[in-house]
Design a protein around this ligand. Structure first.
Ligand SMILES: O=C(O)CCC(=O)C(=O)O
Ligand SMILES: [Fe+2]
Length: 314
């Protein structure tokens, strides 16, 4: 039985940004995961998004496959993905739908179910996507302050001016087709970008491993809190901070219950150079990673996860 992890709760509506930034710093250094409350996303919108997500995944497979992922947008069927590419097991038992950036010039790569089949599906997803981008940007400015940087640091380095936000609708079936081998809902992985904001339908399954280099791995459950997003730091933020802020390994275990979640990945603009912050390195603690361009890094990670061609550029 996994222990239950008690994560910090960060209030996005607090007027005391200094103390909020301090709590974020501690949470990111200790665990890389925290809850975000009072984020301003209405419950009614969240319910509509979950409802529409369920409607999409209930369509016949051939209908969903008409929107099969291209350029990393659209539908990925069950077992299409192996997040833990060092494992040779079957892919993950989940299906998903990716919605990429909505900004002009990029949004034409998105794939949408037709209005006749799922009326008002697209506007619902677009309004959630936009809302989450604004919550994510607010959070990033607090993360900058948590690193003793100017609140607009990540804007100034070009990460957030035309960023790469991806909304991913996820569906984990309750009953598994194969029970003779080790099957994960999502196998062990860390996220690639800056931050991820996750909402779930309340069904458990998410686990984190705080010490990724220790064996055997110890997994702890992350319980759902009504109305809270689960936020985690991604690998690019870990690179920026020279591992001060942790991109923690996590996974989703099947529980026999059907599960839906919404993961919003906020990734820097593809041209943004991700390099160790001056405040995070010294002679005795030199940069652990060379500088990389966000786009090249993401493409490489995505290509390792999916066998098919993935392109990020519009
Ligand atoms: O569904 C979840 O709870 C987590 C999904 C996840 O970690 C991911 O898609 O990166
Ligand atoms: Fe993840």
């Amino acid at each position: 039985m996994a222990e239950t992890l008690k994560l910090a709760i960060i209030d996005l509506s607090s007027s005391d940004s200094i103390s909020t930034a301090k709590s974020i710093r501690q949470a990111c250094m200790e665990c890389g995961f925290f809850y975000l409350v009072n984020h301003g996303v209405e419950e009614e919108l969240l319910l509509r998004v979950f409802d529409d997500s369920q409607k999409f995944f209930s369509l016949p497979l051939e209908e969903k496959m008409k929107l099969a992922a291209k350029h990393h947008r659209g539908y990925t069927p069950m077992y299409a993905e192996n997040l833990n590419y060092s494992s040779s097991s079957r892919g993950d038992s989940k299906e998903s739908f990716y919605i990429g950036p909505l900004e002009a010039g990029r949004s034409n790569l998105n794939r949408w179910p037709s209005e006749e089949i799922l009326p008002s599906w697209r506007p619902t997803m677009e309004s959630y996507h936009k809302k989450l981008l604004s919550v994510g940007k607010k959070l990033i400015s607090l993360i900058a302050q948590a690193l003793d940087l100017d609140a607009d640091f990540f804007e100034k380095v070009g990460a957030l001016d035309d960023p790469l936000p991806f909304l991913r609708l996820l569906h984990y079936p309750g009953e598994l087709e194969f029970c003779d081998e080790e099957i994960y809902g999502a196998s062990a992985h860390s996220d690639y970008g800056m931050v991820t904001l996750l909402a779930t339908n309340g069904v458990p399954g998410l686990q984190v491993c705080r010490e990724k280099f220790k064996q055997p791995r110890i997994w702890e459950d992350v319980p759902h809190i009504d109305g809270a997003f689960i936020v985690n730091i991604g690998d690019m933020m870990e690179r920026w901070t020279n591992c001060l802020f942790r991109s923690t390994v996590h996974r989703v275990m099947p529980t026999g219950q059907e599960r839906y979640s919404l993961a919003f990945f906020l990734d820097p603009n593809e041209n943004c150079l991700v390099e160790c912050l001056k405040s995070c390195c010294s002679d005795s603690s030199p940069p652990r990673f060379p500088p990389i361009r966000s786009g090249a890094y993401l493409e490489n990670r995505l290509n390792l996860t999916y066998s098919s061609e993935v392109t990020l550029k519009p």
